[in-house]
Design a protein around this ligand. Structure first.
Ligand code: FMN
Length: 420
């Protein structure tokens, strides 16, 4: 690879993902191995991933990933919302093959309608952290969204992701730190991240009882967890040196506190600030954390390319509405004007089918892949992604739904349980 002006290796060059094999092949390979009495290393029960991973994690890490804001009401509502909708399986649909799972977002066709959600501090779950999840995503043809709060630098995540599709998630510093934001964006661009996801719901961490019970905030530790993007940033480094007269490495505690205050500034930006991002990011911009029709319409007005209908998995506002509950209204209001991504509560193939039928173009997988990471590093993440996709593929196939495109996977395939 050619060296760049700053001496780094160019990490650019995202093409369309490789054509995939059908995810259901994974099931076949398991049964084949079973003929030799070989058992899979990970469970195929999605609901067992969380308890199994809990046994492998420290109390701090467990509280961090499983925990929610407040009483956990929004987290529970996220899951309950899926049960309100049921799939209507059709019979004698003559199909030519397995369903086409591809979807088009951000002007490009992707083989599968899922991507890996941005999750910070992944080295607390497994020492290989983001390297493992980024490698698994690339291997399985699933876009990877890297968190600003990663425990691995932007450049190292890019290397691990290789020729995979990768997108960068921004925790947005306040405007007096615009130079740091610009630096993060240009590093991400240089490292081959092709879209920018801006998280709007976390300018400060939510009220999280599990973390407070443990007295645990992973970002404040002086152990380099959750601060890698900042500690490797030339602008942040020189600012720190100017202010303290020392290198970051000489005062890790202050540096961690300062970086945490930079990416979680405590106060929200406003709609006018989006123009700044548009000026400094040459590529699609997607706003993550949208939960109201009004905000979705504002996203159209400010001219971004997509939104993620998300409540951060119930980790920010307790008592907040379920993310799936709001999805159809938001899709009706803006679905033809920008790409609607969805997350918060996806745990199985049927959940992906329901979110897509309600109008999402792509679903972000969050906690489940982190459980895979805790259980088995890259192999564990890959297992979760392949399982979700295989389950999704068979769910469509057996319901007579020919593809994941809106032509076939739409509200006609769903019924509300409370209307039965
Ligand atoms: C442990 C953990 C860390 C997270 N870190 C981030 C992050 O750094 N940036 C971000 O935008 N979202 C973050 N999220 C939210 C996810 O991107 C996603 O919105 C959420 O996990 C969806 O909910 P679910 O996992 O319950 O399906 C995090 C979620 C979890 C569970």
């Amino acid at each position: 690879m050619p060296p760049t002006a700053n001496g780094n290796v160019t990490l650019r060059g995202r093409g369309a993902p490789k054509p995939p094999i059908h995810p259901v092949e994974y099931e076949k390979s398991i049964y084949q191995k079973g003929l030799q009495y070989e058992r899979p290393p990970f469970s195929f029960h999605p609901e067992q991933w969380e308890p199994a991973a809990e046994q492998r994690m420290s109390a701090d890490a467990r509280g961090y990933v499983v925990g929610n804001a407040g009483t956990g009401e929004t987290g529970r509502k996220n899951r309950e919302a899926f049960k309100k909708w049921s799939i209507l399986p059709k019979r004698l649909v003559t199909t030519k093959g397995l369903p086409d799972l591809s979807t088009k977002v951000l002007g490009q066709r992707f083989p599968f309608p899922i991507c890996v959600a941005p999750v910070g501090v992944q080295c607390i779950f497994n020492p290989d952290g983001e390297r493992a999840s980024a490698a698994a995503a690339a291997r399985d043809g699933v876009p990877y969204i890297m968190s600003t709060a990663s425990s691995t630098s932007i450049e190292d995540v890019a290397k691990a992701n290789g020729d995979g599709v990768r997108w960068f998630q921004l925790y947005w510093p306040s405007r007096e730190n615009d130079d740091i934001t610009i630096s993060l964006l240009s590093r991400a661009k240089e490292a081959g991240f092709s879209a920018l996801f801006v998280t709007l719901d976390t300018y400060i961490l939510g009220w999280r009882p599990s973390d407070m019970d443990n007295g645990y905030n992973p970002f404040l530790r002086s152990d380099n967890i959750g601060v890698a993007a900042g500690f490797s940033d030339p602008v942040f480094r020189s600012r720190f040196k100017e202010k303290h007269g020392t290198e970051i490495e000489d005062d890790l505690h202050s540096a961690a506190t300062e970086w945490t205050g930079t990416i979680f500034p405590g106060l929200s930006h406003g709609w006018d600030d989006i123009q700044f991002l548009k000026k400094h990011w040459d590529g699609p911009i997607i706003l993550k954390g949208i939960q109201t029709v009004e905000d979705a319409k504002m996203c159209v007005e400010v001219g971004v390319d997509g939104i993620v209908v998300s409540n951060h998995g119930g980790r920010q506002v307790d008592g907040g509405v379920s993310s799936l509950g709001m999805l159809p209204r938001i899709v009706d209001a803006v679905g033809d004007k920008l790409d609607v991504f969805f997350d918060s509560g996806i745990r199985a193939g049927a959940d992906i089918a329901k979110a897509m039928a309600l109008g999402a173009k792509m679903c972000l997988i969050g906690r489940p892949y982190i459980y895979g990471l805790a259980l088995g590093g890259e192999g564990g993440v890959s297992h979760v992604l392949k399982s979700l996709l295989g389950d999704f593929e068979l769910t469509l196939h057996l319901a007579g739904i020919e593809s994941a495109s809106p032509e076939h996977l739409n509200r006609d395939v769903l019924i509300r349980e409370d209307q039965l």
